[in-house]
Design a protein around this ligand. Structure first.
Ligand code: FAS
Ligand code: PHB
Length: 390
């Protein structure tokens, strides 16, 4: 098999790039390790930057997002017994975010690939990139007992944190930066009316909590839990009780609870791998970087990688201009590190650190007091949350 761009990973990063390139007449093949059903069973991000939403529309996949997604102009930070609203629209100069689940946008991307007869191969086993430092890289994978070879010009590693691509870069070339937080998020999805029309990020001495949503009949809630906790230890009843304890009384009083239809614990970590290019391999999305979800930057950081790669590939194939490819790693990392900073700042400000000495807690309080006393501080939060320019 031969293609121009072989994409490893059929998550949002890989599918989005495949769709955008196809619309420009650049052929791709996507290799996904799991089944489509498995990929679509994942419950992950819920907040899209306006740049991501624009990319979905450019990929001709934005119609259901615009119909079913919700525009949010602000969110609440609950702290020290009060609820303070962050007016994103005012402090970002008129921008906002779209609340629309990653599961749904991934479904939209798959359907768009089907409509254009895009090649997405599922259950691709033992995917391996080869000859990345040559002009003729190729990728192999197993289909049952058969080994299939795909010759290509470029390989995109969009295979997430546990993928094969990043590990294909020699250890003496790759530099990894990591920060592991001493807690995780226990997340619950329930077919209940959301407790608030806007997201509530709650700082509480018992631990952080987040009230989010997927629609007006589908709620998404999280509470900070120790890394040692397991989902089995958290009955629905125990979860709802703990969430209520961490919310302002008037919010807890109106919380509608119901059976969890998904419940999982995700550890929080910050991670960046450099460089994001090795020969003719380009890393994108979670394959290259991970953020704690506090700042809703995870999926949105993948979007800017895809945006840069898309424009770089079009410049190469249409104009013979390789400047975008040559600058990709530096350009993508510049924005990735800004998302890392913002995610670290939101996580450090809002979570409870068991070993937090008095000084760190005083700093947390000061961060919040400064934030809500300064329009410039609110402007900084808002421009990061709605998404820095690509
Ligand atoms: P993905 O991991 O989504 O996709 C990579 C794909 O590659 C997967 O489908 C995988 O099966 C496939 N793959 C892996 N190895 C392969 C191989 N060897 N061969 C072929 N295919 C292979 N972000 C937020 O903004 N907000 C959140 O609340 C949030 N919650 C999250 C919760 C969890 C548990 C996780 C893991 C992530 C969360 N994220 C969140 C971040 C998440 O949304 C990612 O940023 C997003 O999935 C990135 O998309 P991709 O880069 O496509 O990576
Ligand atoms: C979510 O709805 O899953 C969500 C929203 C905002 C975040 C993290 C997760 O910061």
């Amino acid at each position: 098999m031969k293609t121009s761009v072989c994409i490893i990973g059929g998550g949002p990063s890989g599918l989005m790039l495949s769709q955008l390139l196809h619309l420009k007449g650049i052929d791709t093949v996507v290799l996904e390790r799991q089944s489509r059903e498995y990929v679509l069973s994942r419950i992950r991000a819920g907040v899209l930057e306006h740049g991501f939403a624009a990319l979905m529309r450019e990929a001709q996949c934005g119609e259901r997002m615009d119909r079913e997604g919700e525009i949010h102009d602000g969110f609440i930070i609950a702290h020290d017994g009060q609820q303070s609203r962050v007016d994103l629209h005012k402090y970002s100069g008129g921008s906002s975010v779209v609340v629309y689940g990653q599961t749904e946008l991934t479904r939209d991307l798959y359907e768009a690939r089907d409509k254009m007869k895009g090649i997405v191969i599922h259950n691709a086993e033992d995917v391996q990139p080869h000859d990345l430092k040559t002009a003729n890289p190729f990728v192999t994978y197993r289909d049952g007992d058969e080994v299939v070879r795909i010759d290509c010009d470029y390989v995109i590693g969009a295979d997430g944190f546990h993928g094969v691509s990043r590990k294909s870069i020699p250890r003496d070339v790759l530099k990894e930066y990591e920060k592991v937080y001493p807690f995780g998020w226990l997340g619950v999805l329930s077919r209940t009316k959301p407790v608030s029309p806007e997201l509530i990020y709650a700082k509480h001495e018992r631990g952080f909590a987040l009230c989010s949503l997927r629609s007006q009949v589908l709620s998404r809630y999280y509470i900070q839990v120790p890394l040692s906790d397991t989902v089995e230890e958290w009955s629905d009843e125990k979860f709802w009780g703990e969430l209520k304890r961490r919310l302002p009384a008037e919010v807890a009083a109106r919380l509608i609870t119901g059976p969890s239809i998904e419940k999982s614990i995700a550890p929080l970590r910050s991670f960046v791998a450099e460089p994001m290019r090795y020969g003719n391999l380009f890393l994108a999305g979670d394959a290259a970087h991970i953020v704690p979800p506090t700042g809703a930057r995870g999926l949105n950081s993948a979007a800017s990688d895809i945006y840069y790669l898309y424009h770089a590939m079009v410049a190469h194939y249409k104009n013979g201009d390789d400047s975008g490819l040559d600058n990709y790693s530096a350009k993508a990392l510049a924005r990735v590190w800004k998302a890392q900073r913002f995610s670290w700042w939101m996580t450090t400000m809002l979570h409870t650190f068991a070993d937090g000495i008095g000084y760190d807690q005083k700093l947390q309080q000061t961060e919040l007091e400064y934030l809500f006393s300064s329009e410039k501080a609110l402007g900084s939060l808002a421009e990061n949350y709605v998404g820095l320019p690509f």
